[in-house]
Design a protein around this ligand. Sequence first.
Ligand SMILES: Nc1ncnc2c1ncn2[C@@H]1O[C@H](COP(=O)(O)OS(=O)(=O)O)[C@@H](OP(=O)(O)O)[C@H]1O
Length: 405
Amino acid sequence: MKSLVCSWRHSRLLWLVTLWLGVIFLAGFFHMNVNITSSYRVWRFSTKHLRPSYPQTNVMFLKTHKTASSTVMNILFRFAEKHNLTLALPAGQNHDLGYPHRFMAQFVEGFKTMGQSYNIMCNHMRFNLPEVRKVMPNTTTYFSIMRNPISLMESSYAYYSFFTPAFRRSKDVNEFLASPWTYYNMSEYRNNVHARNNMWYDFGYDNNAMDTEDYVQHVLVEIEQAFQLMLLTDYFDESMVLLKETLGWELDDVVYFKLNSRSQDTIKSMTPESKEKVKEWCSLDWKLYQHFNRTFWRRIQEIIGLEKLDQEVNLLRMRQKELMELCLLDPMPIDKTKIKNKKLKPFQSGRANILGYNLKEDMANETLRTCLRLITPELQYMSYLYARQFPEKNGKSTAFSLWRR
Ligand SMILES: Nc1ncnc2c1ncn2[C@@H]1O[C@H](COP(=O)(O)OS(=O)(=O)O)[C@@H](OP(=O)(O)O)[C@H]1O
């Protein structure tokens, strides 16, 4: 009897131990599963950093203001033409996607009938992810560009000197920055977006918000989740190499001529005090820029490393030089008054004297097309592409028959 009880106790103990081991095993399994899932996420994320095996054609570029974004836009327009892609262009006579209002899907020409069948979106907008997602396919790569807020402020001041009330009231950028609250009125909110934390605003956030650690952290995380790549104006050529690698594009796809640049006499030198003041006055942009400057260089290390980056940048510059020699009459961008073909004059604004180009004469047809695409200012290029994509609609007011000769 004792042995029976004993063996019964034994088997109960055995059963309990088995159950216990089972529980530990299952817990371990689930724990491992969680780890597998999270490392899978990390793995999946990091494969995004590898060069895709075929060129990505679904691309959303948030065109921030005064950040070399028109040069990037020209690259995207040329790529769209080369691959016969569909652009998400501003509806009707508009030249941007509803800026300074938050983007809405209906700001895109043809959205109601075309739904998510666009490939490239790159006009100015105030970013609004849920609405952008209604227009762009799920496979879209999102990227944008940021500039050091100090030089950005100087550029914005010149370009928006008449448009932005805070700038209009001050004599120059140094006077404005010496006492910004004297000129900046919160009630003129939307007209003043270029005067304070303009990048923060373009990404869809409140450019007058309180700069607190939690808030900034929250926004940085949101932007990182929405955008796969952040470029830097201040390292434009390095950015082009990174863009080409991220999208699986060719070198020629990202070769460019600098667009929307200013004459030297409209560039104001900023005092050391003004430069320091920008970091405080635009502290949200300053933090944004610092953060994405760090992620930019980390990404360079991950994808190509500094040595290969140098080689690629050299190749890009050599090809750029080659094309400049092939296409351009003058070795540098020229004053607007010297542009022979008035249809190629870039849009002028404020105190900025925006430069342009003259093409060499007597080029063969195909070369002429290549060169024209490289120097065509954004409004003219957009009008041309709009007319091509929507031949049944009235063209945009700046429509030129550049390619019909
Ligand atoms: N490749 C390259 N590298 C560095 N900087 C460049 C490049 N292309 C354009 N730019 C400079 O970008 C400024 C114009 O920016 P945007 O085209 O974004 O302006 S706009 O918002 O579309 O009006 C304008 O800056 P400022 O000259 O300081 O005003 C351009 O000179």
